[in-house]
Write a protein that binds this ligand. Sequence first.
Ligand code: A3P
Length: 339
Amino acid sequence: MSSSAGTYPPQGGHAETNEELYQRFTDLVSSWPCFPALSNSHLYRHDNGWHSSLAPMVGTMVADACFTARPSDIVVATLPKSGTTWIKALLYSTVHRREHPVGSSDHPFNSLGPHECIKFLEYQLYTGNRVPDLDDLPDPRLFATHVPFVSLPRSVLASSGCKIVYVCRDPKDHLISQWSFANKFRVRDGLEPLSVEAAAGFFCDGVTPFGPYWDHVLGYWRAHLARPDQVLFFRYEEMSRDPAAHVRRLAEFVGRPFSVEDEEDGTVDAIVKLCSFEHMTGLKATKDGKTELVFGAVENSSFFRRGVVADWKNHLSPETARRIDAITEARFMGTGLPV
Ligand code: A3P
């Protein structure tokens, strides 16, 4: 257990145990407004205006209290179903390309999914009454979160060098991906699948995990504009169009630019290929592996569906698409974000 847990203000004159810390935040979150949502669990609304189910919201608050960022840390931040798995794979393979050459037969991706290589603070690390000791992890430590910028652990925001890699996705594709993912779990749990129109209703009301979507994107977009050297901002659609250019930008951003030899060796293209949807879906770790998250083990294959741009056209009515576009236009107009 990390000593940092003990630095959190003790309650009632005695040092607060991890169980008490988790319980205190559980009680607090339980007192906040709670809404039915597209998945099978209700979503609470955090004081900062975003939504999540209970355990990851509590994990977020424990991470805020206990996580100590280092200037060398790199944090992947995304909304769920926005390309998290992809950017984790790209970041991990780029940062570790010397110890784990992309073509090596023992590359970690042969046995571990991207979510095991880069763990979520609120779904994997600060869970189950644990305050993990992350002090011994070698630099650079790689973490991930779905939390909006406003609720990132305060030490991440305070740390001068700590870098954030954000990926956003077209809201309509994000919605379809989330709807498909949620329905998989609804069916597994014996519930009726939700109609796409019902899911769109929750989405437009902002009652989606870590949503409202627009607040999440705007939070990181503004942070990127204010501190471009600390917050990188990628779009899934642009990554799909030119993945190699994004890998180069990513490598530069995290202070590991590709050398002339890397370029001559074709390392960039090899990373793009390694992390491509087609390659990742064929790996044993994807087909057979599972990732332990706060709500249970999830099959790695469930993080891959189609991996294409504009699949929303196959699912959303023109009217619903127009409704979402109108909100996006109203919220993003004048911010510099494409509408
Ligand atoms: P679709 O449901 O539209 O196919 P996340 O990783 O944030 O959970 O997002 C999952 C979405 O990213 C899914 O989108 C999934 O198919 C897609 N995805 C996963 N790995 C990918 C990859 N290597 N390249 C492109 N898209 C990928």
